[in-house]
Structures are given as structure tokens and as C-alpha cells.
Design a binder for this molecule. Structure first.
Ligand code: MIC
Ligand code: SF4
Length: 658
């Protein structure tokens, strides 16, 4: 039987396990990346392993999330990451050099290599033909130390592309269409591979837009073939030697096949508050727009920015609209300046922000109360913009630019100026200037190098071996699709404290239930009950470490997102799954749950929980009496290695013992 591209890369990197869907495999990791919001913790974890130098082919530490520096906190983190990187053989991308995923595919990504990153949009590298996956910080630390990265062997989804994009329709519309077809949980357990005659019509940056936002499908990753287009892109980056061809075999088998006809595609938008709430842009025409943000790791390439500049050239944005532009990298920024497109953006009324995540993670530029914000980003979860009632729509750069001009949602294929990048005289080769990237010290110099930890850097929380019996209260019951932005919000107020778990814990579940942290602390140990796809979204391990610090011992859900489930286990928290919908309905917030014989349950992948509830009248002495309501079965989807890890007290303790 023939193989898919992903299966070929997996086979070449397989360290353990069988390539059977669902069974755990261990992969050799060639490259890692971190960003600063998850990196501080990842490097503290790496340091705790006592390994002098990374064992990967290339590890890069990016500073792109927390660049505001309002106070010493971000700057402390930057200095720590810079010094720890220099000492341990890691390349350092300075603040302002660009968004990790954009810079990585420009300067470091290599077709056929494996990459894990402590950021859920690491699959962006799939646009170059890499097997690139988001992971928790601890997993990245282990991979830097030469350890394997473990995932359940994914199934394969093929997206067959036919035709060619027409005027006003963009790569963003392709992934929005795939999200419309598959939903935010349709990719869980799968790798999405793009194939068909439409592939060769898409540039590498367009492919990277698609693989980037594949994260929103819940997919393990997404991947494109490495072909003549990939070769030309790498040559234009002066990295032609990194190219190798990659294609799936003609008889490769897929679990599911969907198709997108690029010619028939129209501009789309993901409406509040989920990336799969997709509607045609033409149906949203009467909506007045307050803010437009162009950038993020999804849509900040040179080509995207040039399209926008060509549409805005000689025009002025609507008086009622505030427009921000964040170029994805210093390379993009300097090339925009060189060809004059930057002047067109400025003259049209745009506010040009630095090359960083910025508004995407709530680092400034929050919309006004109930304000409508059109963003070329990848996530529009409730409150993520920093304005709880902000109405965020995810759109293409063309839809964003057309709407900024009219002040209303505008379908760029129907009306407004057309993008025409040929008006700019852009050189064939990209402008190479790696002044924003600092090489690590050589081994000799590294020995005496100091790692500087300012007062913002706090130790990470202690994990504990899993007890055999847990009596705990259900401190929170949620619905479906809870994101890590719900569990551990980001934004400019909180992000500077990513290395201070006790401080962060005050904000846990803030948008869902502000009383949660106090309640969890007062009634610890606790259990959280969730619905489908619990923990979707980012890779932030803080969404596990903070509940851990608040005394959470287990999370019981209908299903979990992949990275979050792994992060819970890494932190020593037990992820359990309801066997039936009715059992989820039965459990109430405030119930006490008794989990017994957990160690035996681990062996059998199943345990029984007793639900105890307060009786109406309590006891004669006024204290609450508990009565048993039901016994419900709970299952687990854990590999043997993960069970051993839970018994040891999380990934770091487990790794130390091996
Ligand atoms: C995001 O887009 O949500 C983030 C911020 O990049 C996160 C990482 C983080 O929380 O630091 C991600 O995608 O993993
Ligand atoms: Fe940064 Fe936004 Fe991309 Fe996350 S999704 S890496 S916050 S630009």
C-alpha cells in the first residue's frame, strides 16, 4: 500500500510504536521552536533536566508575544530566554524580528523534517512540507534534550484542491471553507494533507495560511507536498540546498476525503465566537465595521501585505474604522518599505504596529465595547481580543482591506478595488538580513555563560504522583468547546506573568466564572467537568499548570483536544472521559465525586466514580450530609507511558526517573 507524505515522514522518524491509527508513536524531532509566552516555562523545564546543550538539529527561541514591556516583567523574560538560549545551543530571534511561525518558515523550515513548537500554530511549517506540530512546553523541553515526542498515530484526511482562486478570493477562504466542512473538532486525531491539481496554483505563503489555521480543526497537523513552488521559495530565501521533493504515493489511502473547488470559492468569514461559524462575506454586508486588524501568523506574509497595500493605494480608510497592520517579519516589513507599499499603507490611514502577535493575543488594539472587529487572524474566541463583548470576525486580507475602505463588511469579489501586487517593483529574491537572529555561543564559551533570571521568573509548580483514591468536589461544570483561552486567558494584563503561576491563577476561567479560582482553592481537591473538545485552541501548558496549582486532580470531559490532554497528563492531572452523554447530564457542579482504586483503573482504562450530593436538610448539627446519587463509569485514552507518567507525578518527574 502506498503512503501519504505524513506517513513517509513519520516512518523516517519513528523511534517507537506501530503506525496504527490511535496507537502511541514516539518520533525523533529535528527542530523545535518556542515563543516567549510559553518559552520561559519550557526553558525552566529544560534547565531542570540538566542537559548542557540541545540535541536537535535546530532549536529557535522567538520573542513575539509579550513585546509590550509595560514594566520589568516581559523584559525579564526576554533576558532570561536570550541568556538561556545562548548557553544551551539555541538560536534567538529578538523582539521585533517577527512572529515565530512566519520567521521560521522563511529562515529555518526544511521539507521532510519534524518540528515541534510550544505554540499551537506550529503546523504553519506544513506549508513547506514539514511535519510540524504544536506541543506543550514540557514536551518541547524533552525534545530539545533529545527525547522522543509522543502522539497517537493520526489518521489521514485528504483535501483535494481543484481549480484556481479567482479575484478577491484568498487562501484564507480555503481554510475557512475546510473549517465549515469539518468543524473545530473535525480534525482531532487526523493529519490533513492537501493534494490535487489546485496545489500547484498556491504559493508557499498561501499554503502556510492554510496549514496555520488547520490548528483550528483540532488536527495534529496539516501538510502540503514539497514541489517546484517550494523549491523556488527556498531558493528565493537563499536556502535552495534545504529543498527536497515530497509527494504522496498515487495509491496512498486516506480515512476521509473532502474537496474544495478553488474556482467556485467565494470570500468567507468566521463569525463570533468560533472559527467554524463560517458564513459567506456577501451575507454580512450590512454589518458596520469599527476595527480592522491585518497580520498574525495566518496572514502576514509579504504577498498578503502587498495585496492590502495595492487595494489601499491612493485611497483613505473610512473615518469610523481603526486599521492596524502588523507585518509578520522584519523581512516582510523591510521589503514593504523598500518597494513603497508601506507608504501606501500609512497614507491610507493605517496604524502600523511592530512585527509581533499584537492584537491577535489581546496585546493592545482591543475593540471598543461591542465593537465589530474584522481580523485576518485565526481565533475569535470570546474575550480573546481583550474586549469581552467584542464581535470578532476572521477574514482574508482582501475582505479586511475592502471593508476598511467602506466601513461595512464588504465582499472583495463583488465590489471595491482589486488587489494587484504587480504595481510594486519587488525583487525576485527575498531581502535576507538576519540581524534579528542571534546565534548561540559555542560549547567552550557556553560553559561560563550566565543565565539571568530576574524577579519575574518563578519556579514552576510541583506536580504530585497520582493517588489511588480521590475524593473531590466538582468545582466547575462547563459546556462543549471550552478553549484554553477560557481556562487560562491571555491579554496584556495577564501575559507578562506567564512565569508566575500563583499570580496567573487568579484569572483562571475568568470569562466563564470569575468566582472559580476562589471556589477551587477553598474546596480543593477539585474536579472540572467539561463537554466535547475540552481544551481546544492554544498549546499553553498554563491551562494545566494553573488548575494544578488550584488543586485540580482530574478533568472529566466528553472528549479532549489533543495538546491539552497531553498537557494535563504532563502536569499529573488525570483526564477522564464520560462513557455516555447521560452521565455528563447527571453530574452537577458542587457534587462530590469519589474515585477509588485509581491505580487498578489505570490498568483497565476504566474506573467507577461515585457521585455524592448534599441532602436537602443536612445533619442535625447543621453540617451537610452527602447521599450517593449514582455510580458512573469513566474511561481513559492513555498510553502505557502516560499512565507511568501519572504515577510518577508528571512528565518531568517521569523523565528524571528514566
Ligand atoms: C495563541 O494563539 O493562542 C497563542 C498565544 O499563540 C498560544 C500560545 C500561548 O498561549 O502562549 C498557542 O497558540 O499555542
Ligand atoms: Fe501569535 Fe496569534 Fe499566531 Fe498565536 S495565533 S502565534 S498569538 S499571531
Amino acid at each position: 500500500m502506498g503512503k501519504t507524505i505524513a506517513q513517509k515522514i513519520i516512518e523516517e522518524h519513528l523511534l517507537s510504536g506501530e503506525m496504527e491509527k490511535g496507537s502511541e508513536i514516539g518520533l525523533r524531532i529535528d527542530q523545535t521552536l518556542t515563543q516567549d509566552a510559553t518559552g520561559t516555562m519550557a526553558y525552566l523545564e529544560f534547565e531542570s533536566m540538566g542537559i548542557p546543550r540541545v540535541k536537535t538539529e535546530r532549536s529557535v527561541a522567538y520573542i513575539d508575544h509579550n513585546t509590550l514591556q509595560s514594566g520589568f516583567m516581559n523584559a525579564d523574560d526576554h533576558r532570561y530566554i536570550q541568556t538561556v538560549a545562548a548557553k544551551h545551543g539555541i538560536w534567538y530571534s529578538r523582539p521585533g524580528n517577527g512572529i515565530c511561525h512566519q520567521v521560521h518558515y522563511e529562515r529555518f523550515g526544511v521539507p521532510g523534517k519534524t518540528l515541534i513548537g510550544s505554540d499551537s500554530h506550529t503546523p504553519t511549517g506544513g506549508g513547506l512540507g514539514m511535519l510540524a506540530m504544536g506541543a506543550g512546553g514540557m514536551d518541547v523541553a524533552v525534545a530539545m534534550g533529545g527525547g522522543a515526542y509522543y502522539i497517537p498515530m493520526p489518521g489521514m484526511i485528504k483535501v483535494e484542491l481543484t481549480g484556481r482562486l479567482t479575484d478577491g478570493v484568498s487562501a484564507k477562504d480555503v481554510i475557512l471553507d475546510v473549517l465549515r466542512q469539518l468543524s473545530v473538532k473535525g480534525g482531532v486525531g487526523y493529519i490533513v494533507e492537501y493534494a490535487g491539481p489546485g496545489v500547484e496554483t498556491l504559493s508557499v505563503p498561501e499554503r502556510c495560511t492554510i496549514t496555520n489555521m488547520g490548528a483550528e480543526l483540532g488536527a495534529t497537523t496539516s501538510i502540503f507536498p514539497s514541489d517546484a513552488t517550494t523549491k523556488a521559495f527556498l531558493e528565493a530565501q537563499d536556502r535552495g540546498a534545504d529543498w527536497k521533493p515530497l509527494a504522496s504515493d498515487p495509491d496512498a489511502e486516506y480515512d476521509k476525503v473532502i474537496s474544495v473547488d478553488l474556482t467556485a470559492l467565494r470570500p468567507l468569514a468566521a463569525c463570533p465566537h468560533s472559527p467554524d461559524n463560517v458564513k459567506p462575506a456577501s451575507e454580512l454586508k450590512d454589518i458596520k465595521v469599527d476595527q480592522v486588524c491585518i497580520g498574525s501568523c495566518t496572514n502576514s506574509s509579504l504577498a498578503d501585505m502587498l495585496k492590502v497595500a495595492s487595494m489601499l493605494r491612493g485611497r483613505k480608510i473610512a473615518d469610523s474604522v481603526s486599521l492596524s497592520i502588523s507585518p509578520g517579519s522584519r523581512q516582510v516589513f523591510s521589503m514593504l518599505a523598500e518597494c513603497g507599499a508601506l507608504t501606501d499603507l500609512i497614507d491610507a490611514g493605517a496604524r502600523v504596529l511592530e512585527c509581533a502577535c499584537g492584537p491577535c493575543i489581546g496585546m493592545g488594539f482591543s475593540p471598543s465595547s461591542a465593537g465589530v472587529s474584522l481580523r485576518t487572524f485565526n481565533r475569535n474566541f470570546l474575550g480573546r481580543s481583550g474586549t469581552k463583548d467584542g464581535q470578532v470576525y476572521l477574514v482574508s486580507p482582501e475582505t479586511a482591506a475592502a471593508s476598511a475602505l467602506t466601513g461595512y463588511f464588504t465582499d472583495p469579489a463583488e465590489s471595491g478595488p482589486k488587489a494587484d501586487v504587480s504595481i510594486y517593483d519587488v525583487p525576485e529574491k527575498f531581502r535576507i538580513n538576519d540581524s534579528g537572529i542571534i546565534a548561540p555561543l559555542d560549547e567552550e564559551a557556553a560553559k561560563d555563560a550566565e543565565v539571568i533570571k530576574g524577579p519575574n521568573i518563578k519556579p514552576f509548580p510541583e506536580t504530585e504522583p497520582l493517588a489511588d483514591k480521590v475524593d473531590a468536589q466538582v468545582v466547575l461544570k462547563t459546556g462543549d468547546n471550552i478553549t484554553t483561552d477560557h481556562i487560562m486567558p491571555a491579554g496584556s494584563k495577564i501575559l507578562p506573568y506567564r512565569s508566575n503561576i500563583p499570580y496567573l491563577s487568579q484569572f483562571c476561567f475568568e470569562v466563564v466564572d470569575p468566582e472559580f479560582p476562589e471556589r477551587a482553592k477553598a474546596s480543593a481537591p477539585g474536579i472540572i467537568v467539561g463537554g466535547e473538545n475540552y481544551g481546544q485552541g492554544s498549546s499553553r501548558e498554563h491551562a494545566a499548570l494553573v488548575p494544578l496549582a488550584l488543586g485540580i486532580k482530574a478533568v472529566i470531559a466528553k472528549s479532549f483536544a489533543r495538546i491539552h490532554a497531553a498537557n494535563l497528563v504532563n502536569a499529573g492531572i488525570l483526564p477522564l472521559i464520560f462513557e455516555s452523554e447521560a452521565d455528563y447530564d447527571l453530574v452537577q457542579q458542587g457534587d462530590a465525586l469519589m474515585l477509588e482504586d485509581i491505580h487498578k483503573g489505570l490498568k483497565e482504562n476504566r474506573l467507577i466514580a461515585k457521585i455524592m450530593r448534599r441532602t436537602e436538610y443536612g445533619l442535625a448539627d447543621g453540617s451537610a450530609a452527602l447521599t450517593e446519587v449514582a455510580e458512573i463509569p469513566l474511561t481513559m485514552q492513555l498510553a502505557d507511558r502516560q499512565k507511568a507518567m501519572l504515577l510518577a507525578g508528571g512528565l518531568l518527574k517521569y523523565t528524571a526517573g528514566h
